[in-house]
Design a protein around this ligand. Sequence first.
Ligand SMILES: NC(=O)c1ccc[n+]([C@@H]2O[C@H](COP(=O)([O-])OP(=O)(O)OC[C@H]3O[C@@H](n4cnc5c(N)ncnc54)[C@H](O)[C@@H]3O)[C@@H](O)[C@H]2O)c1
Length: 406
Amino acid sequence: MVSTNNGEIGVGLISVGWMGKLHTRAYQALPSVYPELGLRPRLVHAADTAPDRVEYACDVLGYAQASTDYRAVLANPDVDVVSICAPTGLHREIAVAAAEANKHFWIEKPVGRDAKDAGDVAAAAAKTDVVTSIGYNYRHVPAVERVRELVAGGQLGRITNVRAVFFSGYAAEPKAALSWRFIREHAGSGALGDLLSHVVDLVQYIVGRIGDVNAVTSTVYTERPILPMGSGTHFAVIEDGEMGTVENDDYAAVLARFAATSGAAGAVGTLEASRIVVGPQCGLGFEIYGTAGSATWNFEQMNELQVCLGRGGPHAGYTTVLGNASLGDYAHFQPGPGISMGYDDLKVIEAKKFLVAVTGGERRNCTAADAHHVAEVIAAAAASAEEGTWQHVPTVPGATFGGESE
Ligand SMILES: NC(=O)c1ccc[n+]([C@@H]2O[C@H](COP(=O)([O-])OP(=O)(O)OC[C@H]3O[C@@H](n4cnc5c(N)ncnc54)[C@H](O)[C@@H]3O)[C@@H](O)[C@H]2O)c1
């Protein structure tokens, strides 16, 4: 636990890409969004292997110091907490090193390339007792928090079935760049680990533990133009570049059974993810059906929740609920109902949950054990796609589902 000096917490950042910048903005916003916490993150030390991003970290983001080697961040005694925003293939090495350096860490999803990586990170964190936080940011959407309450409170009745998808178009262009996300050494699986992991985390957060899966995967574009590490973003399109091989899946579909011991015993569902779909752009959504009601939400309309409570009556069917102060952390961001929050706000909530836990307060943070269980579901899905059989998902000690550990 960090005991702060006047609320100051020294922040280290590893990797200054999309997520690195976003974590930084979240730390910067935290004191004004949550003034009652009295926390003041101080940007101490950043690292990236790309020299222009090292400069950017100091000159634009405002870190006091920056290096090309992440070990310098972990060795800095003024760093209390570290954000790990490196490509997925580096998560294990950096997170284990952070735990060994006794630095609490906020790491991006999916926490390594596979269940082994995620398990190693969870074990290292447990051994040293550092607080962890995972970038499964869609948990924090006020509408999602509300659905979780409805399920936990029994207002939807017994949960019978779930449909959930992450349909993204970031690689819908055949000439969309071959970023690190398409290479197994750097990413592990494709749409499975990158996108379906978000879906799995969400449904486990809201409904309960997934116990068995059966899956198919496919790769639609087998070659793409190469994008050098540390340049551009994974949304880049390169017209005349050198082509390289896509090594992982563009699309994944999973049939899921929730565990008999979870709060959702008997529930089943379908989960899908695509990075090449044409139409949806960032279409992460779910439909959750119970014997007494249902709820539907999609990130593309993040501030709108469709709820149906009860089987009949004069208002049968869905009611649209807009963002308002009764939902999650909405009131911290907007003064009245119906004013939209955005993606970046979710990271501010994530930073809050992390730093509250780090300073000895309530533990609402998604943990390395939670991420390990998501990784086990993804690993079971990959094995099922390979072998064509149902796969059982092993339990992970300490993981929480619907807010409870089993
Ligand atoms: N939570 C979300 O919604 C979300 C969204 C996007 C990405 N992510 C996750 O965030 C992580 C980073 O993704 P991104 O989109 O920010 O990637 P990015 O490609 O934008 O940035 C990665 C950065 O890592 C740097 N890097 C490479 N090797 C390094 C090393 N050895 N040491 C330090 N830095 C190194 C690169 O130079 C680059 O600046 C991934 O694990 C990804 O799955 C999460």
